[in-house]
Design a protein around this ligand. Structure first.
Ligand SMILES: Cc1cc2nc3c(=O)[nH]c(=O)nc-3n(C[C@H](O)[C@H](O)[C@H](O)COP(=O)(O)OP(=O)(O)OC[C@H]3O[C@@H](n4cnc5c(N)ncnc54)[C@H](O)[C@@H]3O)c2cc1C
Length: 820
């Protein structure tokens, strides 16, 4: 073996399936000068003991993309690198105990079929045909995923390692990274065998990722938001009946997932492998008396089958042959969890040229796709598919360890749970509270967390059911529906007020700030005293972000963006700053708060409590006073009515809020929540970030050409957008209305078809209470994006006819109300 490397383009810390797949994909993309460091033998972390199940199923579009890619890769990998491995594609059955579960499957089926996968729905009889040992009497049905199967995780990792080495990448085993430092814009990764200088570094350290993450704190890093849970499966001894059936049929039984009971059950040789995600789960290394050991390579936790008792009994009732065999081997291993159970993949927040590819709970099935995505981030700074769902920047400053531990327990215990649209997960809440939180709660606010900030989703009245149980539905109807309607109507007829803490906000200040926005945005910038939307594209012309820029002086701006975009947009803007910039960008989110006051009576209300010049037009802003306190009045409304955003210092917000509420009493002012705002904005065709606006679409596809100035100087994305303009778009943003009101709103990525062919997808949906229509926003094949075209939207399995609308807002198309 050649000498220990002293330089490399990229150093990856961690030789589990994810780190090795990243190395393999970097090499495939031509970056062969890369080194992977593994403290022990490859796979020593979570990978060696994983069950190896490989589903393609997901209710997330990007995760499904990643898993689909993995399965395609795994199918050809053994041949590609000449490394035989055990990979069995057995297909899988997911069981449904309820109508809602079948609806979830239907939604996934739509997405899967769109991606070229052949997921199908099953009746109880179909399931019995494929799985004769299954008790089906109490089931509603199921879902067949023919591509599911299991792979040997160690062989998979070794195969990827072999492929990476063949292409020239290096793997150093038994070589722990011991720290990092930075010199002259380069990273130095320290090991006992020597230092390696590199351009970029990747934390792929699995459940050690938080430890490794600590080294990056001096360079802007934060504590990696994660916790470690114990996950167990056990293998039974041989089951003669299963053996006989397998021999007779020539294949194994499919993998079974009873997602409502919360376990998987897979044939392993002639026995079964049962792996529950138990509610009464157990975290490890969470308390001072249970410290994480320095080295846990190839180790397991003690067996704890008692914890699984309920699940074992349930599975035995479902597949009675399970009860005929004794327990063989038990595997109880560490599995890392981010608070939402999805991995951390992408740029490391706050740290230059550093990436995270860690905290995977399904790293075997996601590893292949993860490697591809990471290699794209590292070599190109952007990814083929929008990967916001797993972007580390989705978490910001609220994820203390208490939050991570509690969320990990909640998420693990609900690993297979359905994520209903009106449900808010209850654990580890109240991390960031508005200055008027108690008042909002007293008014009936039913809260949801947005980047950790508690905001009212809707306002309940005396006697309304606000229980978690009531939200276990995909349907629009529920205790909230009448209240949302009333809130929307108040905004339409009088005025509404929405407390909006945590609107992300940066101050851009100093010489060159205006030029920076001009050079980097796709369109124009607002004049002093005005506010305007600025879009930023990547070099493919795809939508990276949308911000509101409030211009206070020649080179002074407040940039306002979505709560969840706080770290993403901050880093993005910082990343685009010239090295010799004379201006600064400062995150001042915590200093200010905002109320949306909107509706035809909002001017009268402000007239009664402020000294502002209320004749100033739409898209203006001004400093004024409410009840003697400074506020910035901004004449915009995401709800699409006459209105102002009232920005105030956090310490003044309570007084301002009280004053507005008091002034509003005689004008019919009503508090409204995020659900009503969503309905109101969809009626106006206003796009939401990472739903309607994402890097999956270009600005031209998104119907945002009016925010692109082709006649100004160069800007990122200009060439691509110009080329696209000449060639024509392949997708086009549309507003659709449903011909008959369906029970549920179209969720993200419902397929749209025309004459039986899939021609597009929805990006968001809601009922519009001002226009009395069910609405969906989405992307459609351009030749069909013509007013009046009839298409079919598949909403949770029901085909619903919808009509393409004219390319203008459904509500107040001439913006007369907003300009009033
Ligand atoms: C019981 C069980 C069953 C599972 N079943 C499945 C399944 O069926 N399907 C599925 O998709 N997923 C499954 N998983 C999850 C899966 O095991 C993990 O998601 C996956 O292995 C994570 O891979 P990784 O590469 O991110 O991390 P790891 O495999 O943990 O790799 C991280 C590596 O980093 C190394 N390392 C740490 N610190 C350093 C350092 N300082 N220097 C150098 N190296 C370092 C470690 O030694 C380790 O080898 C299961 C997990 C458990 C516990």
């Amino acid at each position: 073996m050649s000498e220990f490397p002293t330089t490399a383009r990229v150093v990856i810390i961690g030789g589990g399936v994810v780190g090795v797949s990243t190395l393999y994909h970097l090499a495939k993309m031509g970056w062969t000068d890369c080194v992977l460091l593994e403290k022990n033998e490859l796979t020593a972390g979570s990978t060696w003991h994983a069950a190896g199940n490989c589903p393609s199923f997901s209710t997330s579009w990007s995760i499904m993309n990643m898993q689909r890619y993995s399965l395609g890769l795994y199918a050809g990998l053994a041949d590609a690198v000449d490394y035989p491995m055990n990979y069995h594609v057995t297909g899988s059955i997911r069981l449904a105990h309820s109508k809602e579960r079948m609806q979830e499957f239907e939604r996934a089926r739509g997405m899967a079929n769109y991606q070229g996968l052949s997921i199908e729905m099953m009746s109880n009889a179909d399931m019995k045909d494929r799985y004769p040992f299954l008790e089906t009497h109490d089931l509603v049905g199921g879902m067949w995923d023919p591509d599911d199967g299991d792979i040997d995780p160690a062989q998979l990792t070794q195969a990827l390692a072999k492929g990476a080495r063949q292409m020239g990448a290096r793997i150093e085993r038994f070589c722990p990274a011991t720290g990092v430092s930075r010199e002259n814009g380069e990273w130095i990764v320290h090991t006992d065998k020597g230092d390696i200088r590199c351009e970029k570094v990747v934390n792929a350290a699995g459940y050690y990722a938080q430890r490794v993450g600590e080294w990056f704190k001096p360079y802007g890093g934060r504590t990696v938001p994660m916790a470690t849970m114990s996950h167990q499966y056990f293998l039974t001894e041989e089951i003669p009946e299963l053996k006989a059936w397998t021999e007779a049929s020539g294949h194994k039984v499919p993998l079974l997932r009873d997602v409502d009971s919360s376990y998987y059950l897979r044939q392993d040789k002639n026995g079964l492998n049962l792996g529950p995600y138990e509610r009464n789960c157990k975290g490890h290394w969470m308390t001072p008396d249970d410290p994480m050991p320095d080295d846990f390579s190839f180790q397991l936790y003690p067996d704890d089958l008692e914890r699984l008792e309920w699940y074992i009994e349930d599975a035995m009732a479902r597949v009675p042959i399970l009860g005929t065999a004794g327990v063989g081997r038990v595997i109880n291993g560490p599995i890392p969890y981010a608070p939402d159970g999805l991995p951390l993949m992408g740029p490391m927040p706050g740290v230059p040229n550093a990436y995270e590819a860690c905290v995977f709970t399904f790293g075997i099935t996601q590893g292949g796709g993860a490697g591809k995505v990471m290699a794209e981030w590292i070599t190109e700074g952007q990814t083929e598919w929008d990967m916001w769902a797993v972007d580390p920047r989705r978490y910001t400053d609220y994820t203390d360890q208490d939050y991570c531990d509690r969320k990990a327990n909640e998420t693990y215990g609900h690993e297979y749970a359905m994520h209903f649209p009106y449900h808010a997960w209850p654990e580890a809440r109240n991390k960031k509270l508005s200055a008027v939180h108690d008042k909002v709660a007293a008014l009936g606010g039913v809260f949801g967390a947005y980047n950790g900030w508690e905001r009212a989703n809707w306002y309940a009245q005396e006697g309304d059911d606000t229980s978690e149980e009531s939200t276990q539905t995909w349907a629009r109807s529920g205790p909230w529906q009448q209240r949302i309607k009333e809130e929307c109507e108040a905004v339409r007829d009088a005025a509404g007020i929405l407390d909006l803490p945590g609107f992300s906000r940066y101050k851009l200040d100093g010489e060159g700030a205006a030029q920076f926005l001009r050079d980097n945005g796709t369109g124009g910038i607002p004049k002093i005293g005005r506010i305007g939307l600025i879009y930023f594209a990547d070099d493919r012309g795809r939508i990276v972000t949308e911000v509101s820029a409030m211009r206070l002086a020649e080179d002074t701006f407040f940039i306002i963006t979505a709560a969840t975009a706080q770290w993403h947009d901050y880093e993005f803007l910082k990343g685009r700053m010239p090295v010799d910039a004379k201006f600064t960008i400062t995150d001042v989110t915590r200093n200010f708060s905002c109320q949306i006051l909107t509706g035809p009576k909002s001017r009268d209300i402000l007239a009664d409590c402020s000294n502002g010049d209320l004749s100033l037009g739409w898209l203006t802003h001004q400093s004024a006073q409410i009840d003697g306190t400074w506020v910035q009045l901004v004449r915009v409304s995401f709800a699409g009515e006459l209105g102002w955003e009232i920005h105030s210092k956090v310490e003044d917000t309570a007084a301002v809020y009280e004053a507005v509420l008091k002034a509003g009493e005689k004008h019919g002012l009503k508090p409204f929540g995020m659900f009503a705002l969503n309905s109101l904005r969809i009626e106006k065709g206003y796009r939401a970030w990472k739903g309607d606006l994402s890097t999956d679409y270009t600005l031209l596809q998104g119907g945002l050409e009016r925010f692109v100035k082709f006649d100004k100087g160069d800007f990122p994305g200009k060439a691509a957008l110009l080329a696209e303009k000449q060639q024509g778009v392949t997708k086009q943003f549309v507003t659709l209305t449903l011909d008959e009101v369906p029970a549920s709103d179209a969720p993200y990525m419902s397929t749209i078809s025309h004459n039986g062919e899939v021609v597009g997808e929805t990006t968001s949906g809601a009922y519009g209470y001002r226009v009395n229509k069910a609405i969906a926003l989405g992307m459609l094949r351009p030749d069909l994006a013509v007013e009046g075209t009839k298409v079919t939207i598949n909403i949770f399995g029901t085909d619903c006819t919808a009509t393409v609308q004219k390319d203008e807002p459904l509500w107040d198309p001439a913006n007369e109300r907003i300009r009033a």
